[in-house]
Design a protein around this ligand. Structure first.
Ligand SMILES: [Zn+2]
Length: 89
């Protein structure tokens, strides 16, 4: 597979995750595995949509967003860990 195709596949999987909330975590896991296998990083905008510790897809009730010191902190309720991102200015 070419990098572009891999990226398309990753995006598709995230879209599936959005549509199939009960299987969302599986799709995230799959997308990450494919990315790793082909050495294609998950795009920025998608990295914020899941917990990097347990692959939990962030949905309404399974995470919390806080901002602190120019960072956005996502708290995952599944594994209770944080994922931090810098706020772009
Ligand atoms: Zn988690």
């Amino acid at each position: 597979m070419q990098k572009k195709e891999v990226l398309e596949t990753i995006k598709k999987l995230f879209n599936e995750a959005k549509l199939n909330t009960d299987k969302a975590d599986r799709y995230v896991e799959l997308a990450r595995k494919i990315g790793m296998k082909f050495n294609v990083p998950i795009p920025r905008e998608l990295k914020r949509k899941f917990c990097r510790h347990c692959n939990s897809y962030f949905q309404k009730s399974n995470y919390r967003i806080r901002t602190r010191n120019k960072m956005i902190v996502y708290t995952c309720f599944k594994c209770r860990k944080y994922t931090k991102f810098k706020i772009k200015d």
